[in-house]
Design a protein around this ligand. Sequence first.
Ligand SMILES: C[S@@+](CC[C@H](N)C(=O)[O-])C[C@H]1O[C@@H](n2cnc3c(N)ncnc32)[C@H](O)[C@@H]1O
Length: 222
Amino acid sequence: MNHAFWNERWQQGQIGFHLGQPHDWLVAAERRFPSRSRVYVPLCGKTVDLVWLRDRGHEVIGCEFVASAVQDFLKEQGLTAETERRESPDGGVHECHRTPGLSLLQGDALALNPQILGGPVDVIFDRAALVALDPDCRGRYVDGLHRLLRPGGHILLIAFAYDQSRVSGPPWSVDAGTIDTLFGDRFSIETVAVRSEEGNPRFQAAGVPAMEERCCWLTRND
Ligand SMILES: C[S@@+](CC[C@H](N)C(=O)[O-])C[C@H]1O[C@@H](n2cnc3c(N)ncnc32)[C@H](O)[C@@H]1O
């Protein structure tokens, strides 16, 4: 899905994915994070997980390409940011909005590199990010995560699976087998939790009453 699609979703307020409180699986799993980690949150929207992680002592960097989502986040959290433009030789451009302990990179997460991020991170928190990307972007996205993460670093991944033949994404279905295919050769994969979640109204109407939500803790092998 392209920028225009997501921009329209944000303009029309179709952001059913947004939770008003920190994700319960993040709250439960954060004790696994090394203390004072650098944490990258790709496709972050305006999630309150960003400030929750910052308040736990981590240095947090989010990436989101819809400008109004970034502005909403700063406004709703009462944050005043210093903004700078970050460019890399390979053409990636991001507006970096910096506040103490928390930065938001406004730009394409698929064009992010360690240079723009200011160095590797210890942990990546992906909730509804992998599932938001078109399936044909997944390989590039996972290669990017691997590049941004320090060796031995971790990804806390929260994804959903459902019958893809009934309805199209996003969110796209990402099941355990897909996670294994995408990450298995470079990460060790621990399944932390699995549960059934009610599908959204569009999914219910298409005969998908429930989705399987899965939380995995991935560790970069080298
Ligand atoms: C399903 S939402 C999840 C938001 C957030 N992770 C949360 O839990 O609330 C996906 C978000 O990713 C953004 N997005 C989609 N593709 C992107 C990309 N290539 N780069 C940066 N942001 C992107 C969308 O604008 C949207 O806000």
